[in-house]
Design a protein around this ligand. Structure first.
Ligand code: 5GP
Ligand code: ZN
Length: 115
């Protein structure tokens, strides 16, 4: 756990979140400021600052996060219509919380290119 990391605090249940899925390796919860009717964040429980900080040893964990996204989409009933997955990385990527997270956005048509 990284001190002062808001998502580590959510993992530790020190800060409340609307959790939609949890297993040994990942936690998923609704975004505080949803950008779509469904906006869930899927995070590894271990602190990884960004995708750029993930190591080869964490490849399976990254895959596990993506599988969790797909399963949650089914659970939430949005898989058939489709959804957008986003990982913002670093400054130009627009990352604001420095604990790796995958955005799962659904429930509306998402445009391309993103802003
Ligand atoms: P980023 O901009 O880093 O890709 O995404 C960070 C996301 O975390 C944003 O969509 C923001 O709304 C969300 N967020 C920030 N703080 C909290 C929080 O305390 N709880 C929850 N559930 N979401 C948060
Ligand atoms: Zn963290």
């Amino acid at each position: 756990m990284q001190p002062n990391c808001i998502f580590c605090k959510i993992v530790a249940k020190e800060i409340p979140a609307k959790i939609v899925f949890e297993d040994e390796h990942v936690l998923a919860f609704h975004d505080l400021h949803p950008q779509s009717p469904v906006h869930v964040l899927v995070i590894p429980k271990v602190h990884i600052a960004s995708l750029a900080h993930a190591t080869d040893e964490q490849s399976a964990l990254l895959g596990h996060c993506l599988r969790a996204v797909a399963k949650i989409a089914v659970e939430l009933g949005v898989a058939d219509n489709g959804y957008r997955t986003v990982i913002n990385t670093g400054n130009d990527g627009g990352q604001t919380v420095h604990h790796l997270h995958v955005h799962l956005l659904a429930g509306r048509q998402h445009g391309w290119p993103p802003g």
